[in-house]
Design a binder for this molecule. Structure first.
Ligand code: CP
Ligand code: NVA
Length: 302
């Protein structure tokens, strides 16, 4: 490709100060929206959104975000486009980026998103892959900052699967300078390569109770991510000691916040009493997807 384009495939695509700037801007944009002010820096811009996997929050937040910023979006389902019939991702990237101003993609293999970005002349945003979910972390850091101030020096506890969201939390701990305790069952740890890169910022614990000790945030996610539906039963057995319930929350700091990217399964990875209880910030976290991504869209597309 001829020109250098800024993509957002992982948190490491942007500098720590740029990422912190996006969080601060997200909080400002949220205030602007709540005041009812019109702010449209992306007039006539279009975001093409490719969803190979289901989504509620990512889809709605990008679509509403583009609209609020004065632009628009188109939703592309691989099965209704030539992507589903085997058109090479390289050609797809060249064609879509010749018309749209940005591409958001949610798919399985992270490699696919890298290939799309390598052949796109406009910014590509990762809306979740099997390996990473960077947009989610923008919203999560924003939520903590709104409730407790800077994440610097805070302790987060990840309980459950060493999945795409966990991987992104690991990078976030290194970048935003907080500590992350991770408790997963054996065989479900995050990948060694990802852990090694951030080893100074994380502690791997075999036990959920040890992980939540002194934690300012307790965070979990589904035990069976999209694409792992067949493993549900086996995973429920393996993760039985990793449910975030009142007993576990009581071992964290008294004012600890509970986060979950959603969708959540009450009575499986989290009890209803925790996710619907006073320490839960999951709906603020979900709403912040909109504000954080508006900051990202403003940065990448304007
Ligand atoms: N948290 C999240 O990405 O939600 P969706 O799958 O609904 O987009
Ligand atoms: N880990 C989950 C996150 C969903 C937003 C998944 O990949 O399905």
């Amino acid at each position: 490709m001829t020109k250098l384009v800024q993509h957002f495939l992982t948190l490491d695509d942007l500098s720590p100060s740029t990422l912190q700037g996006l969080i601060d801007r997200a909080i400002e944009l949220k205030a602007i929206t709540k005041q009812g002010a019109i702010y449209q820096p992306l007039k006539n811009k279009t975001l093409a959104m490719i969803f190979s996997k289901a989504s509620t929050r990512t889809r709605v937040s990008f679509e509403v975000g583009m609209r609020q910023l004065g632009g628009g979006s188109i939703n592309l389902n691989p099965n209704d486009t030539q992507i589903g019939r085997g058109e090479p991702i390289e050609d797809t990237a060249r064609v879509i980026s010749s018309m749209a101003d940005g591409i958001m993609i949610r798919t399985d293999a992270h490699r696919q998103v890298e290939t799309l970005a390598a052949h796109s002349s406009v910014p590509v945003i990762n809306g979740l892959t099997d390996d990473y979910h960077p947009c989610q972390l923008l919203a999560d850091i924003q939520t903590f900052q709104e409730l407790r101030g800077s994440v610097k020096g805070a302790t987060f506890a990840w309980i459950g699967d060493g999945n795409n969201v966990c991987n992104t939390f690991i990078s976030a701990a290194r970048i935003f300078d907080f500590h992350l305790n991770i408790a997963t069952p054996k065989g479900y740890q995050p990948s060694t390569e990802i852990v090694e890169r951030s080893s100074a910022s994380i502690t791997l614990c075999g036990d959920a109770k040890a992980a939540v000790e002194n934690a300012d945030v307790v965070v979990t996610d589904t035990w069976a991510s999209m694409g792992q539906e067949d493993e549900k039963k086996q995973r429920e057995a393996a993760f039985a000691d990793f449910c975030v319930d009142d007993a576990l929350m009581s071992k964290a700091n008294n004012d600890a916040i509970f986060l979950h990217c959603l969708p959540a399964y009450r009575g499986i990875e989290v009890s209803a009493s925790v996710i619907d209880g006073p320490q839960s910030a999951v709906f603020q976290e979900a709403e912040n997807r909109l504000h954080a991504q508006k900051a990202l869209l403003e940065y990448l597309l304007s």
